[in-house]
Design a protein around this ligand. Structure first.
Ligand SMILES: [Zn+2]
Length: 216
């Protein structure tokens, strides 16, 4: 899970909230409020370098879910920009076992309160590690919240494990083709945003094995 730095809400969203005083999240899903919702999604995706707030897969148009980290039972939380992140749709149809991220969490909403590491936490990236088969684990064995985060969000579903393993192996394969200096530089650039302002998928996997958390 990659850390997210929250910025200010997009003007289209804050202006609409101030004017309309919405009472529930559904108020943002009318045909009239569609541009506001779309403006919100664009802002959240940009803030996250276009990665899902939980699994770090790329986000795609029309397949992004607005995730309320602390739920949305009251309008204050529903429209608190600091509580909103962009999550993938969990790819329900394509994932071999259980889908992941925001939609999976929604099914476990009650049991998830207080049991998730937030992508806003300063130490979020350090609380998880990976093995070479792509499995995500708590960095500290006794970190029960990190373990429940993985379980509740389905972050070790077969699809995510396979894609993380592929990310690791692709880089491992490239490594001998470069000098150590060139490799370090290549990884440094890979961990920066690209020309579209997007981060590459599974950013923390790359950083863990080959970047700041690797012993090169
Ligand atoms: Zn996701």
């Amino acid at each position: 899970m990659k850390q997210i730095s929250k910025g200010d809400p997009p003007k289209v969203f804050s202006d609409w909230v101030a004017k309309e005083k919405p009472r529930s999240w559904d108020d943002l899903h009318t045909s009239k409020s569609k541009p506001v919702y779309e403006g919100l999604v664009v802002a959240l995706r940009a803030e996250q370098g276009n990665l899902c707030c939980y699994c770090e897969q790329e986000l795609h148009d029309g397949k992004t879910h607005v995730e309320h980290f602390h739920g949305r039972p009251n309008p204050k939380l529903a429209y608190d920009y600091g509580n909103l992140h962009a999550s993938c749709n969990g790819d329900k149809s394509k994932c071999e076992d259980k889908h992941c991220c925001g939609h999976r969490r929604a099914e476990k909403q009650k049991e998830s309160y207080g049991k998730l590491v937030s992508p806003l936490d300063g130490d979020v990236e350090l609380r998880f590690k990976y093995d070479e088969k792509g499995e995500m684990q708590p960095t500290k064995q006794d970190d029960g919240i990190a373990q429940s985060t993985i379980d509740i969000l389905g972050l070790n579903c077969e699809k995510l494990k396979r894609l993380r393993q592929k990310t690791f192996l692709d880089i491992q394969y490239q490594k001998p083709t470069m000098t150590d200096t060139d490799f370090v530089e290549w990884i440094r650039r890979r961990l920066e945003k690209n020309s579209d302002d997007h981060f590459s998928e599974f950013w923390t996997v790359v950083d863990f094995f080959f970047g700041s958390r690797a012993t090169l």
